[in-house]
Each structure stands twice: as C-alpha cells, then as structure tokens.
Design a protein around this ligand. Structure first.
Ligand code: PDD
Length: 274
C-alpha cells in the first residue's frame, strides 16, 4: 500500500497532515473511491467526472487536471504493487489558519491512498446481508461526495451494534440510500431505486446496474418508494464500489425471499465487466 499527500508519495503511516488542514478542521473537501480489478481502475472516467461535479458544487478548485490525477493513480498503483486495489482520493480546501471563509488564493490539497481491496466472500453474496432502516438526518446535498460523513458514520455504527451490514436512510418513510451504498428493490420483475436527485449520491455502481438492467430488458423505475415496499420486496440489494451488488436477506424484522433470480442475473453481468 502507498499514500500521497499534497505533492509527494509517502508511506501510509507517515505524519504528513498539518494541524490546520481544512479537511480535518472543517471536513471541507470531497472524495472518491475507485476499485481496481486486475490492475485496471474500474469506471475511472465516471468517478473522475463525479469528482469534478462535487468540486464544482462546493466551489473547490481541483489542484490537478484530470490527466494528472489519472497518472497519479497509475503511479500509485505501480508503487503499491497491487492488482486488486481500492484507490481513495480526497481533495481538501487546503492548509490555512482556521477561518470559515475560503482561503484566497485557493490552495487545495490532494490526498490519495492505494490499498489492497477487501474481497467480498462469494458465500456472503449468496447468503445476502441483514440491514436496518434509520432516519435520514443528513443535509439536502448528498449528491456531493463530501467529507462530512458524521451521520453516515453514526448510522453505520448503529448498524454494526445491531448486527447489520448496512443502515438504510429513510426520510418520512421514503427509502433513500444506505450509509455507503445505494438501494434497489425488485417487485413484479421491475427494478426500483430512488431517483438521482440531490438527496442521494449518484452511485457509479447504481448507474452501471441501471444500464445492465436495460441490456437485460428489466424495466427500471427511478421513483421514490417507502419502507413497507422494501419489506415486501421480491428481491432487494445494496450497491457500491466496494460491495458491488450485495443481496439483502433481511430488513429490520422482514425476511426477504432467498430465491433471487434477477439479482443473480445482474450480479453475473456485473462481474463480467471486470
Ligand atoms: N461510498 N451512497 C453513499 C452515501 C455512498 O457513500 C456510496 C459510496 C454510494 C455508492 O456509490 P458508488 O457506487 O459510486 O460507490 C452510495 C463509498 C464507496 C465510500 O464512502 O467508501
């Protein structure tokens, strides 16, 4: 594994972040997580496009061009010696005596880590995971991949304590997304997921799944649905860069059917992409 901070590659444990770095004083920045399969970053362009979108949304100037970020990823991968890796990158508004308004001139800082990817055991994927629902107490701009993850961290801890893999945010009963995943339901052979509005992260995996569904001629419905609809699902799953497609076997007290024909099809097609 290897890390990068500001302008140089460093060891993962090296002390490099100054006290007045805005990422840790304000959570003032954005991030991306990119999976690498067999040496090749997966849907890199889409992740970098989303990074630019997040940057624009918080009026943050990226310190590097997309080309430069891509070569930093390549260089990081090479130095890590890893084939199946997870690239984490974040851009903060920089290092500056603490004040709320933006530093002027801009002094954004790029951080990256390249680590071994956690491989999801295939029998867990067969079994599916338990999830719980929890109230969405986050802000209105969750489409921005912001470093401010306190509600996500707290909900994930609540899930862990309750022996669940994920906590799923609902707003007045409407299912939005998980702490670090998007949520899908299959009902009467149609695929449902919350629409790509500002209230959820527009997951790259989510979009891949919608595209695969179109290929498989599964009708996709991007419309809000409630927690009861999730309890009554024929099939349901969560999705993310690290989890890919992970079936849900139980939501709160509702056990879902263990036969999941369409989810299995989507998983098969997804795994052909890398
Ligand atoms: N999380 N929703 C939220 C709130 C997320 O944080 C994530 C990703 C997703 C799935 O997005 P994608 O398919 O692009 O990974 C949905 C990353 C992996 C994380 O925070 O580690």
């Amino acid at each position: 594994e290897i890390a990068y901070y500001k302008d140089a590659f460093v060891d993962m444990d090296e002390k490099v972040v100054p006290i007045q770095e805005r990422a840790h004083q304000f959570g003032d920045g954005i991030y991306e997580v990119i999976r690498v399969y067999n040496g090749k970053p997966f849907f890199m362009k889409e992740h970098l496009t989303r990074l630019q979108k997040s940057a624009d949304a918080i009026e943050l100037q990226l310190p590097y061009s997309m080309k430069e970020i891509e070569s930093l990823c390549d260089e990081g991968l090479k130095r890590s010696g890893l084939a199946d890796a997870e690239i984490y990158m974040q851009i903060s508004r920089g290092i500056h005596p603490r004040q709320h308004f933006y530093p002027d001139p801009a002094c954004s800082v790029f951080t990256m880590t390249v680590k071994q990817a956690k491989v999801i055991p295939e029998d867990l994927r067969k079994q599916g995971v338990k999830v719980m629902t929890t109230e969405d107490v986050r802000w209105k701009n969750c489409y921005i991949k912001s470093l401010n993850l306190l509600p996500n961290v707290m909900a994930k801890q609540k899930a862990k304590v309750n022996d669940c893999e994920e906590a799923i945010f609902h707003e007045d009963g409407i299912v939005k997304e998980g702490c670090s995943t998007n949520v899908f339901v299959i009902k009467d052979e149609k695929l449902y997921t919350y629409p790509a509005l500002k209230g959820i992260l527009h997951g790259i995996t989510r979009q891949i799944i919608l595209d695969l569904a179109a290929d498989l001629e599964i009708e996709a419905v991007e419309e809000p649905f409630d927690v009861n609809f999730l309890y009554d699902a024929d099939e349901a799953f969560i999705s993310s860069t690290n989890m890919e497609i992970m079936p849900i076997r139980q939501v709160d007290d509702a056990k879902l059917p263990s036969n999941r024909p369409l989810t299995v099809k989507l998983i098969e097609q997804f795994q052909k992409l890398y």
